[in-house]
Design a protein around this ligand. Sequence first.
Ligand SMILES: [Zn+2]
Length: 60
Amino acid sequence: MKIKIIGSGGCVSTPKPCCRCSVCTEARVKGVPYARTGCSLFIEDGNVLIDTPEDINLFA
Ligand SMILES: [Zn+2]
């Protein structure tokens, strides 16, 4: 089985919407890998998404 980890940032993505802390500000400026989406897994055999947060639309 071939899987791809799409997001590994935890239950809340970084940067958090409207947050002005230094971590979120740096993530907005530098992007990936500082910017991280919520946890998500893709199983390539069968094209199945698992535990996908709403920020998956960044990859559409
Ligand atoms: Zn923040």
